[in-house]
Design a binder for this molecule. Structure first.
Ligand SMILES: [Zn+2]
Length: 133
């Protein structure tokens, strides 16, 4: 009887230890998410990829509108007010057209039917670094 209750007591301590660890992990995750959400970096350029190949690099500082032709159709990409968006496309789902404009680093707009990706990255200088690698 004594032995049994002591095992129970041990288990209880063990559980509590894990509770504390889990709570700690959740706090760290929540804290880092909070930190990153306030550290969103305004991107400098939008890079357009088709089937993984880099097609165009657009500065977010310059208003511009270009049409990218892919094997499967076209996407018209517009830069305006420091944001990039797909304003027109002949893809079947129109998910890219309906996507909100993006302007922060690492934000993307994807057009799956055309295998087109618009990705916002840091500054023009950081893009040069990527190319140099
Ligand atoms: Zn699309």
């Amino acid at each position: 009887m004594f032995k049994r209750s002591s095992i129970f007591f041990k288990d209880l301590i063990y559980l509590k230890k894990w509770d504390i660890i889990i709570i700690f992990i959740i706090l760290v995750l929540a804290g880092s998410m909070y930190f990153f959400s306030f550290n969103k970096e305004q991107g400098g350029v939008a890079v357009i990829y088709v089937s993984g190949d880099k097609k165009e690099t657009l500065s977010l500082l310059e208003e511009r509108k270009i049409t990218i032709k892919t094997e499967n159709g076209y996407n018209t990409v517009q830069v305006r007010d420091g944001k990039v968006r797909v304003i027109d496309a002949d893809c079947r789902d129109k998910i890219c057209v309906n996507h909100a404009p993006v302007s922060f680093s690492n934000e993307t707009i994807v057009c799956l039917p055309h295998q087109l990706i618009v990705e916002v990255t840091g500054t023009e200088a950081s893009v040069v670094d990527i190319v140099a690698q």
